[in-house]
Design a protein around this ligand. Structure first.
Ligand SMILES: Nc1ncnc2c1ncn2[C@@H]1O[C@H](COP(=O)(O)OP(=O)(O)OP(=O)(O)O)[C@@H](O)[C@H]1O
Ligand SMILES: [Mg+2]
Length: 311
């Protein structure tokens, strides 16, 4: 069982969209998937058309009342189960402030699971607080969605540092599997520069003891695709909503890559080659209405020094 925490303290980078649709793609490929919404914004919950009401127990009850998982997990699709969130989760951090072992509540709860899953995805809020700490303590892997735009790497150093701290103090099994480029606009110089900085940073860690020593930038990039932004308001995944969109193609391709991840080495082909393949789908879908890639006007001085943020 792979338990994957999807984290980035930067908001709106594609965490929830990726958990929603990668989870669905893996389920389509026959994997048993558990999705945990650890964000009081409840976006993952809503994306699966689950109403986050107070009547039904949520991850909030797991963390604060030790409600057994069996009372919280529900099946939401073929092969997909969900532990939903609730707005109350926003207060959990304060409520747990004096609770001993508050960083490991989720881990301990997952240890009591009565079902076997192939993949557990934990969708985190845009913060590195107690909730995310619980995710990192429970997880075996970290996926970092990132939107390769100006300042994308600001704070990424802190993110890696936090993962290292949790690995050293609470969860020796934790490692960073990869960075997922979301809302990717092919052909933009800015995206290429961010990716290059990130690649250099990751390459510099090879052979060291840090938890990202084997991390890679996923070959599959998730292109900006308006259908991906539309489907949550219908309570649908991209595969329900628009299975022929570029968004569906990208997440299906990512699922293939994730399924084969154990066989891939950290130094695989550069992202440019693979992404250019994924930028040009063999057949244009009839109903495609993707936003055109925009070439941002970026000067050297605005992007130079991004790698300093990774130091
Ligand atoms: N590839 C994409 N193309 C177009 N829109 C996207 C794409 N990925 C995500 N979006 C949209 O961008 C917004 C932010 O995405 P998402 O909610 O997945 O980010 P997040 O990192 O989970 O945000 P938060 O930090 O608030 O939890 C959403 O409106 C989503 O629908
Ligand atoms: Mg989110």
């Amino acid at each position: 069982m792979r338990i994957i925490a999807t984290i980035n303290q930067k908001g709106g980078v594609g965490k929830t969209t990726s958990v929603t649709n990668l989870g669905a793609a893996l389920a389509n490929a026959g994997q048993r998937v558990l999705l945990i919404d650890l964000d009081p914004q409840t976006h993952l919950t809503l994306s699966y058309n689950v109403e986050p009401t107070s009547e039904r127990p949520s991850v909030y009850d797991v963390l604060t009342n030790r409600t057994p998982l069996v009372d919280v997990v529900r099946k939401v699709r073929d092969n997909i189960w969900m532990i939903s969130s609730h707005i109350n989760l926003a207060a959990a951090e304060l409520e747990l402030v004096s609770v001993v072992g508050r960083e490991v509540i989720l881990r301990d709860a997952l240890a009591t699971m009565d079902q076997e899953y192939d993949y557990v995805f934990i969708d985190c809020a845009p913060s590195l607080g107690l909730l995310t700490l619980n995710a990192l303590t429970a997880a075996t892997e970290v996926f970092i969605p990132l939107q390769p735009h100006f300042l994308a790497l600001q704070g990424v150093g802190k993110l890696f540092e936090t993962v290292a701290l949790v690995r050293d103090r609470l969860n020796p099994a934790l490692s960073v599997t990869g960075v997922l480029l979301c809302m990717y606009e092919s052909g933009t110089r800015l995206a290429a520069e961010v990716v290059e900085d990130l690649r250099q940073f990751l390459d510099g860690a090879r052979g060291t003891e840090v938890p990202w020593a084997n991390a890679r930038i996923f070959d599959t990039v998730i292109r900006r695709n308006i259908k991906l932004a539309e489907c949550p308001s219908h309570g649908q995944t991209i595969f329900d909503y628009e299975p022929r969109s570029n968004g569906a193609r990208d997440y299906a391709r990512l699922a293939e890559e994730v399924l084969g991840a154990n066989e891939l080495s950290a130094n695989d082909e550069p992202v440019e080659e693979a992404s250019s393949a994924s930028q040009t789908p063999p057949v244009a879908a009839e109903n495609e209405s993707d936003e055109p890639a925009v070439e941002p006007q970026v000067t050297e001085s605005r992007t130079s020094g991004v790698s300093a943020n990774l130091a």
